[in-house]
Design a binder for this molecule. Structure first.
Ligand code: PHE
Length: 450
């Protein structure tokens, strides 16, 4: 396949890994994983999660990497190039819509984390009771415009990075944010291990109680795994189109998956022991990070410092994921609509921020706008995480496992046969049968069909 290519990709292998891991490591790992694991049996959930991540997540991620790097195009161009004259380009459009929708509600929670950096820096969280934290949080998220302003601030930073382009934006910022993120989460985990009753939290996280694992928990593990790895909807495909041709895709996907899993587990280690030491209900759910943690921090020595560090960590994690989402529509506008990067970024950021504000306001002025009994934010999250991502995951498997020639896949994974690939047959088998069937199960479950 020959096509002229003047595209700029990632400069170094480390830059590529930092960017890809940056996309994967996000609010899903630090905000979502600890409470989803807690409400689904702790250690037992972790085991199932690990199994899905390596057995299904890895092949699907590798498929997205191979397709993306093969085509070296935006998502729409990718399907036009690899599947000319077919309807596969529709999948490209679906991917652009999904990425934009995910970013529209991702920006809401990311805006909250900015407010919490501010609150902890100004020490406003000090000396408050549990009820005070509840009031602080609920009056903030329901405020007529405060949350919207932070949401816009977050989107401006996201847009500014993407405006810098692949090397001077995405790669440059991921390269220093990701190492700092790792250092902070390790420091937080070590700190948490020194707490009196930390062993209770660790036991909860690592000791499997299979009696608490339900069918729903198993499906939640698969969904969480996909969301956390950023796979399923062809979003990583855009980043993969920037991976240098001589990098080993199998190694990179393993490294990204290990980094993502490690951060999820470290987030559990950082949060759960503290939760147990201060006798807080670990099943507090989505509010765990904003209600419970500030309370824990103020009982720790140097609590303010830990609080600031934690919310910076959360913001970095969110930011490196948000840029990967924004790059999907932006690269489409640049390559298909021939816009200059600054204009493409401006248009996409404005549009997504505009839609996103409705999600942010759905905790306040727009709380009565309900879809199927959910507010706009929850409806958007549900549609993306439980329906569009799994649906896209099946399509990725069908495209890579059934439509694409096996030799094309093999050539890309083996760098034109210069690498020895050991598990190719098993990998194709998982892509063709195991992965799509498992994913269809979550999808039907999400739709209430089983
Ligand atoms: N993986 C990110 C997280 O865990 C979310 C995400 C999903 C980012 C899909 C990009 C694409 O927070």
């Amino acid at each position: 396949m020959h096509h002229s290519n003047h595209r700029i990709g990632f400069k170094s292998k480390f830059g590529a890994i930092a960017a890809l891991a940056g996309s994967a490591v996000g609010l899903g790992n630090i905000w979502k994983f600890p409470y989803v694991a807690s409400t689904n049996g702790g250690g037992a959930f972790l085991l199932v999660y690990l199994f899905f991540t390596f057995a299904i997540g890895l092949p699907v991620m590798l498929a997205e990497f191979s397709i993306g790097r093969r085509a070296q195009q935006n998502i729409l161009g990718t399907f036009r190039l690899l599947a000319p004259g077919t309807k596969w380009f529709l999948f490209g459009f679906l991917s652009i819509i999904t990425a934009s929708l995910i970013l529209s509600f991702y920006g809401t929670v990311s805006g909250w984390t900015l407010e919490y950096i501010w609150l902890s820096m100004t020490d406003s969280l000090h000396g408050q009771s549990a009820e005070d934290f509840q009031t602080i949080f609920s009056s903030f998220i329901s405020h007529p415009y405060k949350a919207v302003l932070w949401h816009i601030a977050f989107m401006v930073i996201t847009g500014a990075i993407i405006m810098g382009g692949v090397q001077k934006g995405i790669e440059r910022y991921s390269k220093w944010m990701m190492p700092i993120l790792f250092i902070i989460i390790i420091a937080l985990s070590i700190n948490s291990l020194t707490l009196n009753e930390s062993s209770k939290g660790l036991k909860f996280l690592f000791f499997p109680k299979f009696s608490e694992l339900t069918g729903q928990g198993i499906l939640a593990a698969l969904g969480q795994s996909f969301f956390s790895l950023s796979i399923g909807m062809g979003i990583l495909l855009t980043y993969a189109s920037y991976i240098p041709k001589n990098n080993n895709l199998t190694h990179i996907s393993l490294q990204v998956i290990i980094a993502d899993t490690l951060v999820a587990i470290l987030a559990g280690v950082a949060i759960l022991p503290a939760v147990f030491s201060f006798h807080i209900d670990p099943q507090a759910g989505p509010s765990l990070v904003f209600l419970t943690l500030p309370q824990i921090f103020q009982e720790l020595p140097a609590g303010q410092l830990w609080a600031v560090l934690f919310f910076i960590l959360l913001t970095f994690a969110a930011l490196t994921s948000a840029i990967s989402l924004l790059e999907v529509p932006v690269s489409y506008l640049i390559e298909e609509k021939k816009l200059k990067r600054p204009w493409a970024t401006l248009i996409a950021t404005l549009l997504i921020t505009f839609i996103g504000c409705f999600n942010t306001l759905s905790f306040g002025p727009l709380r009565d706008a309900q879809i199927f009994g959910m507010n706009l934010f929850d409806a958007c999250d549900y549609l993306c995480s439980n329906i569009l991502l799994p649906f896209g995951g099946v399509l990725v498997c069908i495209f890579a496992g059934w439509y694409l020639q096996k030799s094309t896949l093999y050539q890309e994974i083996s760098n034109q046969e210069s690498l020895k690939i050991r598990f190719f047959k098993l990998y194709v088998f998982i892509l063709k049968y195991i992965a799509p069937v498992c994913i269809l199960l979550i999808l039907f479950h999400a739709l209430g069909l089983i």
